[in-house]
Design a protein around this ligand. Structure first.
Ligand SMILES: [Zn+2]
Ligand SMILES: [Zn+2]
Length: 108
């Protein structure tokens, strides 16, 4: 899958989410540790959307997927980070992805 192709599509919900980011156990552990706020912009879905936004957040995998092998095991506390879909899209504007710190600096 090519992330740039996915980005060119605005109509459907097509933010790049790799298999590590979809792993429910790793995701849960990451959220337990960091909470449900976006770690870039601090957005909280439940705060804005009430029940609808409950437990909603993307989990970003900080290591570029192309640089690691298939059997790579994820450390949810060091490799994953909760971000909102907007920030997640921005992180993946570059390959390899921007770091959380870089994006915070870019963000106004
Ligand atoms: Zn955000
Ligand atoms: Zn990501």
């Amino acid at each position: 899958m090519d992330s740039e192709t996915e980005y060119s599509e605005g109509k459907t919900k097509k933010v790049l989410v790799n298999s590590y980011e979809r792993n429910p156990i790793a995701r849960k552990k990451c959220i337990e540790h960091f909470g449900l706020n976006c770690q870039v912009c601090n957005f909280n879905f439940e705060e804005k959307f009430g029940d609808l936004g409950k437990e909603f957040i993307h989990v970003h995998h900080k290591v570029d997927i192309a640089t690691i092998g298939n059997e790579y095991s994820v450390n949810p506390l060091t490799d994953l980070i909760p971000v909102c879909p907007n920030c997640h899209s921005m992180l993946h504007k570059k390959k390899p992805a921007y770091s959380i710190e870089e994006l915070k600096i870019i963000m106004k």
